[in-house]
Design a protein around this ligand. Sequence first.
Ligand SMILES: NC(=O)c1ccc[n+]([C@@H]2O[C@H](COP(=O)([O-])OP(=O)(O)OC[C@H]3O[C@@H](n4cnc5c(N)ncnc54)[C@H](O)[C@@H]3O)[C@@H](O)[C@H]2O)c1
Length: 223
Amino acid sequence: MTRVAVAGAAGRMGSAVCEAVSGASDLELTGRADPALGVEVGDVLGDADVLVDFTQPDVALENVRAAVAAGVHAVVGTSGWDVEAARGLTADASGIRRANIFYAPNFAIGAVLMMRFAAEASRHMARAEIVELHHDRKLDAPSGTAARTAEMMEGDVPIHSVRLPGLVAHQEVILGDVGQTLTLRHDSLDRTSFMPGVLLAVRRVGSLTESPVVGLEHLLFDE
Ligand SMILES: NC(=O)c1ccc[n+]([C@@H]2O[C@H](COP(=O)([O-])OP(=O)(O)OC[C@H]3O[C@@H](n4cnc5c(N)ncnc54)[C@H](O)[C@@H]3O)[C@@H](O)[C@H]2O)c1
């Protein structure tokens, strides 16, 4: 049994993670930390092998620091946190790694596949543009996923951002060439779409050979 604690457990993503962990027969939910529940991250680390963090960019680093110092692996989904600052955290004074850190900007396996296929297609089609569509409470634009997709593709790929109530997280990559277009589309229809990726990371974080590892693709594909 892997013991899992969740930071941000009262939030939208954190509650979905608690439910997913509780429903997995090889995982045990041992802690739910959130100021809204009156429980601090430090209170849940003693009983955990892995801490999953879906909080806010300004607190995730501190939570990860506390986890690693306690020898607890960290799986982070919080957008825009300073993963670079976490690079020095994993080894102790004698250089021994006590715990691993895994971060995925997008835990939806289908979205990671879309990005990979888009990168491949861009090598064969003349031009491409990305349309990303999200709920109207999303503060950043373009989305991290769209920016990363464009980075992975060949050529200059413009991004269009749509923010509307009713949407969750959607992205279309449209490629064009003489007399044809190719459209790759991924839709996250609700937050459960992220859970298979989160559980995969929880199961694998303890056996990473380097740390931090950034991106679900490192757990999905042979490299
Ligand atoms: N990586 C992905 O695939 C993915 C997918 C969806 C959302 N996200 C990101 O996950 C994060 C959370 O999203 P959400 O919609 O659940 O937000 P939310 O606001 O619903 O939840 C965040 C929770 O964190 C809690 N929190 C604040 N400070 C804390 C601390 N110090 N310790 C513990 N908990 C603390 C808040 O009280 C809140 O309940 C955002 O950054 C979002 O962009 C990532």
